[in-house]
Design a protein around this ligand. Structure first.
Ligand SMILES: [Zn+2]
Length: 223
């Protein structure tokens, strides 16, 4: 929160708001960039592509939270300014804020770091927020549904960590897996966007990407 508040104070382009509260009453921060103010009406009025980036749905999976803040810092410093001509970014770095605060050394088994420990996977009610999008038992999930209805993002990116689990690749991604998804959306991701991520990361860092899922990755490794 201190980082986001400092960022919003230093950079007028970053608008800080909240989209709900956790079951323990913590505010869920939302940083909005690429628009004159953070209200859903102002964001929709721009007519720009609306991209929602969410970190820390699982409180111990910290990379998304940290990288989302690094991205906001870059944008606040004027990097990638051309993105914001056609795009509004809605960034929620810490969706499971209560889980994040329950830092302990043994929350993520074999995950390598952070050295000081990690938050826990479920929220304070013991609910996995990534299993609550249908029944909406948590105030966090109800808040994200409200955010989806109010801001109506075209693209949503949900960030996780696989470190400490068994995958053939350090980096994994997934298109939407629900059978109701329009095949054109899955096709765009599988044939265009995700391969482009793979090529870029390989050329810049020499690391390969592959689809999320232990079974799939193990099969591909055997194959
Ligand atoms: Zn996760």
């Amino acid at each position: 929160m201190a980082f986001l508040e400092a960022l919003a104070k230093a950079a007028p382009a970053v608008h800080l708001t909240t989209f709900g509260k956790t079951s323990e009453g913590r505010s869920l921060p939302l940083a909005v960039i690429g628009v004159p103010d953070a209200t859903p009406q102002a964001v929709r009025r721009t007519g720009k592509l609306r991209v929602y980036i969410q970190g820390n749905i699982h409180g111990g999976e910290v990379e998304g939270k940290e990288s989302a803040q690094m991205l906001l810092r870059d944008l606040a410093q004027g990097k990638h300014a051309e993105w914001l001509q056609s795009m509004v970014l809605l960034v929620a770095p810490i969706y499971n804020a209560d889980g994040n605060e329950r830092i302990a050394l043994n929350n993520r088994g074999p995950q390598h770091g952070p050295m000081g420990g990690q938050g826990q996977r479920p929220n304070a009610q013991g609910l996995d927020l990534n299993r609550d999008h249908m029944k909406l038992d948590s105030p966090e999930a109800r808040a994200v549904v409200r955010l989806m209805n109010d801001y109506d993002p075209h693209v949503s990116i949900d960030l996780h960590t696989t470190n400490g689990t068994r995958h053939a690749y350090f980096l994994t991604y997934a298109p939407p897996l629900n059978p109701s998804i329009d095949p054109a959306i899955v096709g765009l991701l599988r044939n265009d966007w995700l391969p482009s991520v793979t090529r870029t990361i390989r050329s810049k860092y020499g690391w390969d990407y592959y689809y999320y899922g232990p079974t799939l990755t193990l099969r591909s490794k055997i194959a």
